[in-house]
Design a protein around this ligand. Structure first.
Ligand code: FAD
Length: 476
């Protein structure tokens, strides 16, 4: 058979790109290609916004390359075998997804295609190294980041980045694609995503431009600046990575090269790569311990006396806790679909420790509001902050939101940006407006309890309550 006649179906999921896409490159090397994307269940509202724009960009890339993208509803395990039969495709390829649901759907599809004698082939496009390849000497999964990352770095094999296929031969078929607009992924009334456009450009091009800016300028300030939320000293690549618009292997190789040539200092480059390492670790944990999606990694926390005051949860979600750094973070999240990592830690700590609200409530809110919502990173990070995760921050280390604000937002630029009603307060009181005398508040046009809330809990009392709650499970 003439190889150019072969048709390959490419099932896309967390790899919305043409560059360094091994499944797509393999398909392209065999002949005709039909790329397919299925409506994903369970995504949050902010991710839907991102997905819409990302798919639009991807459609345009595939159209230009010559193989239009097919958008479909339904279960891939049922639909793809039907399409293989209709198109005469002899192979279905995809890049592996390592979440429990991702693994399950891959297995199911493989089995159904096996039943009708259609071959399958899957690839790693999403990780530097696959979770099954890294184990301790005792052949058990790592539970601590540092030795995990040390071993990963020894095993990552340098690879080349696969170029995007310049042109593709589209498969002949009479299938009808779902119109992207019919998926109704964008908010309308109200359009809460208005601020997203100012910050983000979903799609491969947006990802590439963030990466170039970071590599050519921002990375120099990464190690010392990555904790300062008022500045943009981090890469802002997280949603692009979540949707697979840029390859993590490309980031790894190009950063290694920049460090080797001295363009990037090894301090800054290694720190960035270690964060990529945390992304790998999150996926690794979810792969080896799938129950962490809903249960604490440290089972002592199963009996933790979580509380559920609805009004506190709402105040936290709306950025009205009375703690400016927490409120700034929650409002940044609402307005942009993103929150700086340092502030994510402060807000998550406040919810789980000051308010004693279950980390899952916080993870659910983040899931709905983050454009980078990612099951592995979100779950592992929430558990880490709450003290019940792998290699977690000890529960008894409770962030003081005032000191965190004063340390990481010293001039108050971040709080002033997101909590403008406090903008005229002197720096000294910006992170604790309740400590300001009445005349200072008046000068700044702030009436506490009216223009800005009084703190919903007292820090010292809340801290003690958290420590008491922890004592209950520590001794159980
Ligand atoms: C409570 C909480 C929830 C979080 N939820 C998510 C989430 O849903 N999705 C998500 O991508 N990240 C999540 N993070 C991790 C982190 O905050 C973001 O990845 C980071 O802020 C993204 O900004 P950046 O791309 O500029 O990061 P950079 O500092 O430039 O880092 C580069 C990349 O490394 C990865 N990374 C960085 N920090 C972490 C981390 N702590 N854990 C895992 N990977 C990391 C991300 O892919 C990131 O894009 C969460 C953190 C906390 C504390």
């Amino acid at each position: 058979m003439n190889t150019s006649q072969k048709t390959t179906l490419v099932w896309l999921r967390e790899d919305l790109r043409l560059e360094d896409n091994p499944a797509l490159s393999h398909a392209a090397s065999r002949g005709a290609v039909l790329p397919i994307y299925f409506y994903p269940d369970g995504m949050g509202a902010a991710s839907h916004w991102w997905l819409h724009h990302s798919l639009k960009a991807l459609q345009s890339r595939f159209d230009s390359a010559g193989a239009p993208l097919l958008l479909l509803d339904g279960d891939p395990a049922t639909k793809i075998p039907e399409i293989a039969e209709q198109t005469g495709a002899d192979l279905v390829v995809w890049n592996r997804v390592y979440s429990p649901a991702g693994i399950e759907s891959g297995k199911k599809l493989k089995q159904r295609l096996g039943d009708i004698q259609v071959n399958t082939q899957s690839f790693n496009a999403n990780l530097l190294i696959e979770p099954s390849k890294i184990l301790t000497k005792q052949e058990t999964p790592f539970k601590v980041f540092t030795p995990f990352w040390r071993q990963c770095q020894q095993h990552i094999e340098p690879q080349n980045v696969l170029p995007a296929p310049e042109s593709l031969t589209g498969a002949t078929h009479d299938l009808i694609t779902k119109a992207l607009d019919d998926w109704d992924l964008l908010p309308s009334q109200p359009n809460w995503a208005i601020g997203f456009d100012e910050v983000w450009q979903p799609g491969e091009q947006g990802a590439a431009s963030r990466w170039t800016t970071f590599l050519e300028s921002t990375v120099d300030k990464y190690k010392d600046g990555r904790d300062l939320p008022a500045k943009q000293f981090t890469s802002m690549l997280s949603p692009h990575l979540t949707f697979g618009e840029i390859s993590v292997r490309q980031l790894w190789l190009e950063m290694q090269e920049a460090m080797a040539t001295g363009e990037v200092s090894s301090d800054n480059g290694s720190k960035f790569l270690a964060e990529i390492g945390w992304r790998e670790f999150s996926r690794y944990l979810l792969f080896h311990f799938p129950s962490i999606e809903s249960e604490p990694f440290n089972d002592k926390f199963e009996d933790f006396p979580w509380q559920s005051p609805e009004s506190h949860l709402t105040a936290w979600q709306q950025g009205k806790t009375g703690y400016p750094i927490v409120d700034a973070g929650m409002r940044e999240l609402w307005r942009t679909g993103y929150m700086h990592n340092r502030v994510r830690m402060i807000c998550a700590s406040f919810l789980t420790k000051h308010l004693l609200i279950h980390w899952q409530n916080g993870a659910d809110w983040f899931w709905d509001t983050l454009v980078d919502a990612d099951l592995a990173n979100n779950t592992a990070s929430w558990q880490w902050v709450a003290g019940c995760g792998a290699d977690a921050a000890p529960y008894f280390r409770i962030f003081n939101p005032v000191l965190q604000g004063e340390k990481f937002d010293k001039q108050g630029d971040y709080v002033r940006r997101w909590v403008p009603e406090l903008a005229n307060l002197p720096d000294k009181y910006l992170h604790q407006p309740w400590a300001a005398k009445q005349d200072v508040l008046m000068d700044a046009n702030v009436v506490l309890g009216k223009d800005y809330p009084k703190p919903i809990v007292d820090h010292s009392t809340a801290r003690q309550a958290a420590l008491d709650a922890y004592e209950q499970i520590k001794s159980s």
